[in-house]
Design a protein around this ligand. Structure first.
Ligand SMILES: [Zn+2]
Length: 470
């Protein structure tokens, strides 16, 4: 039994450490901060001199000379955050790319353009990336592949589609530049993907977490493939129970990742210790030499302590042509210092399974529900393949919630009524709200291959949105 197999089976066999850059990965935290500050200082100076968007934004916050920002602490205390609304307003005032990208547009360099999915109804953001910056993105992804035991020449299937969006294209860049042979199979249907999996017997699959669940659910072979070294999940919020279930179904270690279009990379990864165990989730280490990640209390702006929830605020240290400086991600997660993990790396980060959208919280019957909690519970039930929560306003004006549950095989559930009642009771205990449970046949629920969107809110008023921002 290999160390990975032992870990999946709950064993404690020692995990061999896989280092990409021993100097950084064995450094102490103070050395890491000093490295970050030296890169940040240069980034701030260049941005102040060439980027009108940021200069104006900072001036409005009372900064009249960037030289006054002379430490990481001063940076956190004085440089204002930026977020989607600023980017969209900038694009509207200076279409199509905004003043943020004026410098790079005039420089004559070619650049990649990534578009956000824009599902929150606030417009789609555009983010650019120059060739030099893509070198940085490739360097960041190298940690993900190295930590999962990939070696150049390994074959990987990429199940995400290549589109205007960043998800898929960045993973493709990262994997090819690491030296993997990458087959982009995102545009094929799931049966064709499973055929290609059997034909090529790749060392890894790069995709989204929910899609691995989908592939396993429709595959006639269990596990769906043999010879895999790693599944690279991520791309959406998912709970630890779900990761553990995918590892068991595939008999392959799953590695999680966190990133965004705004950062134009994934920059937090599971190390060789993986996603962790029940009761002690693993962590995603931020690649600190390239990205400065703050996890703050949105009320006070202070950095939270190890083990506390906070909102992720990002600064890319290597995007010097198309900067991203103190961007509020509206993602909430549990922060951990590097020492939380047994690997001993100085890279801090976030807890596996703890990420949720700060604006995704739903208020149902007066109770705040994080979609993550429902995901965690329902995907922890092995019979369940997919689900959809439907909220409406009932005849009395009160909230009514129905959870449509799609089992993997309806026939395998002997007593549907008892099963539904059991799900209903577990859900009530977990989130404190009674839902109607409806079992629906396999294949009837929509499946998202990019970001799972499992809540359909059609109530007369949307209490959830305002409640979340209170
Ligand atoms: Zn670690």
């Amino acid at each position: 039994m290999s160390a990975d197999e032992s870990r999946i089976a709950g064993g404690t066999r020692a995990v061999e450490q896989r280092l990409l850059n021993a100097e950084w990965e064995r450094a102490d935290v103070a050395t890491m901060r000093a490295l970050q500050w030296s890169k940040l200082k240069a980034l701030l100076e260049k941005t102040w001199s060439v980027n009108e968007f940021y200069r104006e934004h900072w001036r409005q916050a009372g900064i009249d000379d960037i030289a006054g920002i002379d430490s990481l602490e001063a940076f956190r205390a004085r440089v204002p955050t930026v977020e989607k609304k600023h980017f969209v307003a900038d694009q509207d005032s200076c279409p199509p790319f905004g003043k943020r990208l004026e410098y790079v547009r005039k420089s004559g360099k070619h650049f990649q353009v990534f578009m956000t999915s824009g599902t929150t109804g606030q417009g789609q953001e555009l983010h650019g990336e120059t060739p030099e910056e893509q070198d940085g993105t490739a360097a960041v992804y190298a940690f993900m592949h190295c930590w999962a035991g990939m070696v150049p020449g390994d074959h990987a299937l990429l199940t995400m589609s290549l589109t205007m969006m960043a998800g898929g294209r960045l993973e493709y860049l990262g994997a090819t530049r690491y030296g993997l042979t990458v087959s982009p199979i995102g545009n094929y249907d799931v049966q064709r993907k499973l055929e290609l999996l059997k034909r090529f017997k790749p060392a890894a699959i790069i995709g989204t977490t929910s899609y691995f669940g989908h592939m396993a659910a429709v595959s006639t072979d269990h596990p769906p493939a043999t010879g895999l070294k790693a599944l690279f999940g991520g791309g959406e919020g998912a709970g630890l129970a779900w990761y553990k279930r995918i590892e068991a179904e595939w008999r392959t270690p799953i590695y999680d990742r966190y990133g965004s279009t705004q950062s134009r990379n994934d920059h937090m990864f599971s190390c060789e210790h993986g996603v962790g165990e029940d009761g002690r989730p693993g962590m995603l280490h931020n690649i600190e030499p390239y990205v400065l990640a703050e996890v703050i209390d949105p009320e006070t702006g202070n950095h939270v302590k190890d083990g506390e929830h906070g909102e992720i605020v990002l600064t890319c240290l290597y995007h010097t042509d198309t900067p991203l400086i103190r961007c509020r991600m509206r993602d909430v997660a549990i922060y951990h210092e590097g020492r939380y993990c047994r690997c001993g790396r100085p890279f801090g980060g976030i807890e596996v399974g703890s990420v949720s959208r700060s604006d995704d919280m739903h208020r149902v019957k007066g109770v705040n529900i994080w979609p993550q909690a429902v995901d965690d519970l329902l995907f922890g039930i092995p019979e369940i393949d997919e689900y959809l929560v439907h909220l409406v306003t009932g005849a009395t004006g009160a909230d009514e919630g129905t959870v449509r549950v799609m089992p993997k095989e309806t026939a395998a559930i002997a007593d549907a009524g008892a099963f539904a009642e059991q799900v209903r009771e577990q859900l009530r205990r977990r989130v404190g709200v009674r839902f109607n449970i409806e079992l629906v046949p396999q294949g009837t629920l929509p499946r998202s291959e990019y970001k799972a969107r499992r809540w359909k809110d059609e109530r007369a008023y949307k209490a959830g949105t305002t409640a979340a921002k209170k």
